[in-house]
Design a protein around this ligand. Structure first.
Ligand code: GCU
Length: 684
């Protein structure tokens, strides 16, 4: 049963009435130019194992009697069949073409990776019981579809922990080294390839310089070797001060010749070992990390240092926009201080300064992975520079996998948001894909943080988030429910009740969590001192990080207007800025993000802010109570181990949601002294 967790949605479990489908399946398989260890070779293995597992049918190698499956690159296929070239579709990098006709199957990729993606797509259809004829051309929406792992090489000198990881230790590192046994790394790559992810940054953005010792570079090459059969490339996070910390130089100034040479040397050594390395990820001048600003250089100087070192090798640098000073913000003294302003301010004037192989990686919101944030305005400021959106699969502020929170609906709202740059349709997904501003590079970075736990993320249900992340990065117009249902079928069962129940719970989970944590855009209200978990609204003020609510006895919310506040609303293009500038046009769910109002302020719903708090917390936690009996209705329809594992968490969530409800409601009741109209909150 541990295999059920490890295989995630790739179980190839037998489906009902499997035998009836045999006629509609290929009998043999031809893999074109399938050298061992190549993605096309992997594709063949997956096809054999998948069809055997799902249907109990063994495929013969080579062409035989009956229908056949052919898999390979378009190029290899055309070499053997020159006459068909003109009838094949145009594919972009990583794209694939799939033709199923009476059991004859043709799977062609633009590259080897694309051939593997097409294979996984076909197998996913089969596992869902779909053997129909089909003609499909599928191209990714964006070229960058990466996951980030915040894995530490070393943690107090003992082992590899994962920062904000809730699924065990690092699958890559142990005790400062790359693990000997990389079985889990290969299994991870397999899962990621099946959802179109093409690179993994394996170490924490708060990077240890020691990742660049010769021994660790050798270790990284071993990771890249187990990724390669799945078409997954390796990326690493860098410590900006490594020339000093590791290289023994007296400086890490990005314009210093010795520093430039040092990075070129390191980069060359890495590529000697890993010729197909994806590139670098850099967190600089943020939360105490070193960066170019230490030497009064710009962020562009910092990013270009790595970009130039990577250029001869074809690599790219993902440079994070999460730049802010975590020490200096003073809430009491400065009404206009606002951490949300930082990214646009730091990148101001730099749009034309970046090398072509730089992508700015921007968290979806201006603060930090809160339950609801407006879209980061930086997406509307970088026109010439490639951008990627950073989403968080690991549920740092969102219940840390101990709460069910299906994130696709939240991501969709962000990706579909129209920033109206130059008064034209400018949805976030079109900006990061490169379509809106005609750029080549850009896309998605998802902070996944899987670990050694056999469920990967610490919870079986949380895997829907990893699955949805990959699916949306490939095709952001896919629907949250569509993705979810597919995932349930592949992960658990075709049983309609199982599908209905898990769909219902999952689709209600983000609104429920928002309701019982922080609503109206006030932020998540977790304890931000200790681990970002559980309610602690008091910690959301007075802290130097600038995550504030400015709650007092009468009023609450951050005034981010231009006319009277921090000016953040003015960082958006005019139409959007105008909407957020006024209370009347700001949607209720972001009211307290943009405005400082009395608790008695009326919402569009007609309720006061404080009454909405009370009601929402009751509603959200009441929804969480229903998850337990809903799940219990599936007893016997899901294997015992996974059933019990999920149940345990849902019972916990139901209880913890009450803790949330009562702490938040009591906190604001005590602050405001305003009674709950329904008489539930307060001392009775
Ligand atoms: C959050 C998170 C940190 C992380 C940081 C980042 O603040 O709590 O653990 O290092 O984001 O994204 O760099």
């Amino acid at each position: 049963a541990a295999e059920d967790g490890l295989n995630g949605w790739l179980r190839y479990a037998p489906i009902p009435r499997a035998k009836c489908f045999h006629k509609k399946l290929p009998s043999s398989i031809v893999a074109l130019n399938a050298t061992e260890g190549s993605p096309v070779y992997t594709a063949r293995v997956e096809l054999e194992e998948g069809i055997k597992g799902i249907f109990g049918k063994e495929l013969a190698s080579g062409t035989g009697n009956g229908p056949a499956a052919t898999v390979g690159t378009i190029h290899a296929f055309v070499e053997e069949n020159p006459t068909v070239a003109s009838s094949l579709p145009g594919l972009i990098e990583d794209g694939f073409f799939l033709n199923v006709s009476h059991g004859n199957v043709l799977i062609l990729g633009q590259n080897e990776r694309g051939a593997l993606y097409g294979t996984f797509h076909y197998l996913s259809l089969l596992a869902q019981g779909n053997v129909s004829d089909l003609l499909l051309t599928s191209n990714p929406d964006a070229p960058v579809r990466w996951v980030n792992q915040w894995d530490n090489m070393q943690d107090g000198g003992t082992h590899g922990s994962v920062e904000r990881g809730y699924g065990g230790d690092s699958i890559f590192f142990w005790d400062g080294w790359v693990r000997e046994d990389l079985t889990r790394a290969a299994q991870y790559a397999r899962l990621l390839a099946s959802i179109g992810i093409n690179a993994v940054v394996v170490n924490n953005v708060n990077a240890n310089a020691s990742i660049l010792t010769p021994e660790n570079m050798d270790g990284l090459a071993r990771i890249a070797n187990v990724f390669r059969p799945y078409g997954v490339q390796l990326g690493i996070s860098l410590n900006f001060a490594a020339p000093q910390l590791l290289g023994g130089l007296s400086t890490f100034d990005p314009l210093d010749k010795s520093v430039i040479d040092w990075w070129q040397g390191v980069t060359d050594q890495l590529y000697r070992r890993i010729p197909d390395m994806a590139g670098y990820l850099v967190k600089a001048n943020s939360e105490g990390q070193p960066g170019p600003m230490t030497y009064n250089r710009t962020l562009a100087d910092g990013a270009n240092l790595f970009a130039r070192a990577l250029q001869p090798h074809g690599g790219i640098v993902l440079f994070r926009a999460f730049v802010y000073d975590h020490r200096s913000l003073n809430q009491t003294l400065d009404w206009k201080a606002d951490r949300a302003n930082a990214a646009v301010q730091y990148f101001d004037g730099l749009d034309t300064e970046f090398e072509d192989n730089v992508v700015i990686q921007i968290k979806y919101g201006p603060i930090d992975f809160q339950v609801r944030e407006p879209v980061s305005p930086l997406f509307s400021h970088l026109i010439q520079t490639g951008t990627a959106i950073e989403l968080q699969i690991t549920q740092e502020y969102l219940g840390q996998q101990a709460h069910l929170v299906y994130l696709a609906p939240m991501w969709k709202e962000i990706l579909d948001f129209d920033l109206r740059v130059d008064g034209k349709r400018s949805v976030v997904s079109d900006i990061v894909s490169g379509k809106r501003f005609n750029r080549k590079l850009g896309g998605y970075a998802g902070v996944a943080n899987v670990g050694t736990n056999t469920t990967w993320l610490g919870s079986h249900l949380a895997m829907s988030n990893l699955y949805a992340y990959g699916k949306l990065a490939w095709n952001p117009s896919a629907t949250s429910t569509g993705i979810l249902k597919e995932w349930i079928k592949l992960t658990f069962s075709h049983d309609p009740q199982v599908i209905d129940v898990i769909t219902k719970m999952s689709m209600e989970s983000w609104p429920a969590y928002e309701n019982y944590s922080g609503n109206l855009g006030i932020q998540t209200l977790t304890d931000i001192l200790l681990g970002h978990y559980g309610p602690n609204p008091a910690s959301q003020d007075g802290n130097p990080w600038g995550q504030w609510t400015r709650a007092d006895a009468d009023t609450i919310g951050m005034d981010r207007t231009v006319w009277n506040g921090t000016g953040f609303a003015g960082q958006y293009p005019p139409e959007v800025a105008a909407m957020y500038e006024k209370i009347e046009t700001t949607p209720d769910n972001l009211l307290l993000w943009f405005h400082h109002v009395p608790y008695t302020q009326r919402l569009k719903s007609g309720k006061t802010v404080i009454q909405h708090f009370y009601d929402a917390h009751y509603e959200g936690s009441a929804t969480a109570q229903t998850f337990v009996p809903l799940w219990q209705s599936l007893k016997g329809r899901i294997d015992k181990e996974r059933y019990e594992h999920v149940l345990f968490r849902l019972v916990y969530q139901a209880g913890h949601s009450l803790v949330w409800r009562d702490s938040i409601n009591m906190f604001y009741f005590n602050k405001s002294g305003i009674p709950d109209e329904a008489g539930r909150v307060g001392n009775h």
